[in-house]
Design a protein around this ligand. Structure first.
Ligand SMILES: Cc1ncc(COP(=O)(O)O)c(C=O)c1O
Length: 392
């Protein structure tokens, strides 16, 4: 595939008010929070410039054009047919899953999570006055994560109202297969538990896997699911806070919309402009970026396997996040702190993803190759020095 876009370009993000590059000391290479160090596709940049050039930035409406572009994207990219009326534009997936939990529960109900989990999942119960139930993914022999379906079903209690699915899964990078999704859907239907499916990473899936929106499995599953997605990860526009809630059951949608009133605002005009340009004009950019990201993923995998003794990972099937198991690398209490102190690489601390994440770190490989190589080299060196310092 000949490349039209230059993902190797290095752009200095320091002092631009971005979280990723402001959090650590200057000499730390940040490979943590999930945004990428690539510029957003040109059609988005041009659309934003044009919108600014108009010079009037008043209240936006949810234009039918945007909803049509999203519907079209979901149909062509994910084989999922929804109607424009099924969509709500919302300013964030985190707000979206909290909204859903507020809307459908009473205090004392419970939400069920799969661990390790994206850290904001752990706040849902606190925010909506719910109990939290957990079912841990289990590690297969090849290091990949599988769902323990018996445990999942046994974790459901009479008060369980919502199951939080994350697919593609952050942090493990699993993209759940159709048979797995069907079992999840059956368990939730059988137990009258609503599926709240965070599919924000839906477009970031590598060859050999396919993202299947759980709601697309069957009409009864769709009726029992609220899906959250966004162009933010796909096109690197997280700072524009534009996301989408999909709910095909009109009664449930009304309930969610009523809970939203006065609490959750609209998607701002620049977010809307970018979303339209993204879904209408940027499929080609995404296809190329996925090739680049897949090479990055393979580089991380190879480096970990061959040059990071004691560290293991299974190749993520989706997302640009690698979940590194450092439990056999003798890095002390906190591998996160080890890599920060000794390698000057800023990763995510696995322990924030639940107790199953203790001894793990999450590495973001959504960056130009030279940065990735620099980060991996620093980590390799730190491990080597540590190994050399160990008493024989
Ligand atoms: C699984 C998952 N959900 C939600 C988010 C954040 O969504 P938003 O920024 O739209 O609230 C992230 C960001 O990393 C994520 O990985």
């Amino acid at each position: 595939m000949s490349m039209k876009y230059n993902f190797d370009e290095l752009i200095d993000r320091r002092n631009t008010g971005c979280e990723k590059w402001s959090h650590f000391d200057e000499d730390v290479l940040p490979m943590w929070v999930a945004d990428m160090d690539f510029p957003s596709p040109e059609p988005i940049i041009q659309a934003l410039k044009q919108r600014i050039d108009h010079r009037i930035l008043g209240y936006p409406c949810d234009s039918t054009e945007i909803k049509d572009a999203i519907v079209n994207w979901l149909e062509h990219r994910h084989n999922w047919k929804v109607q424009p009326d099924d969509l709500m534009l919302i300013p964030g997936v985190i707000s979206g899953f909290n909204l859903v939990s507020h809307a459908v529960t009473q205090p004392g109900d419970a939400v069920l999570l799969q661990t390790p989990a994206y850290p904001p999942f752990f706040s849902v119960s606190k925010n909506a006055n719910l109990f939290q139930q957990e079912s841990a993914l289990k590690k297969a022999k090849n290091g990949s994560y599988e769902i323990d379906f018996d445990d999942l079903e046994n974790s459901i209690r009479d008060n369980t109202r919502v199951f939080m699915l994350c697919n593609p899964h952050n942090p493990t990078g699993r993209v759940f297969r159709r048979d797995e999704l069907e079992k999840i859907a059956q368990i939730c239907l059988r137990n009258n538990v609503l599926i709240c499916s965070d599919e924000i990473h839906h477009d970031l899936v590598y060859r050999g896997s396919k993202h299947i929106p759980i709601a697309s499995l069957a009409p009864e599953v769709s009726k029992n699911t609220v899906t959250l997605l966004a162009p933010s990860k796909t096109f690197n526009i997280a700072g524009l806070t534009s996301s989408v809630l999909v709910c095909t059951d009109p009664d449930l949608r009304k309930q969610i919309d009523e809970s939203r009133q006065g609490l959750l605002g609209w998607v701002n005009i620049l977010g809307q402009t970018a979303t339209l340009a993204a879904y209408r004009d940027c499929a080609g950019w995404l296809d190329e970026m996925l090739v680049y990201l897949e090479d990055n993923r393979d580089l991380v995998d190879k480096t970990v396997k061959t040059e990071m003794p004691g560290v293991t990972m299974s190749k993520p099937e989706g997302t640009y996040l690698a979940w590194l198991d450092c439990r056999n690398a003798h890095l002390g209490e906190s591998p996160y702190q080890f890599f920060l102190d000794k390698a000057r690489v800023g990763l995510n601390d696995g322990s924030l993803f639940g107790k199953e994440g203790e001894g793990f770190v999450r590495l973001n490989f959504g960056c130009p190759r030279s940065l990735l190589i620099e980060g991996l080299n620093r980590m390799k060196m730190a491990l080597k020095q540590k190994e050399e310092a160990r008493p024989a």
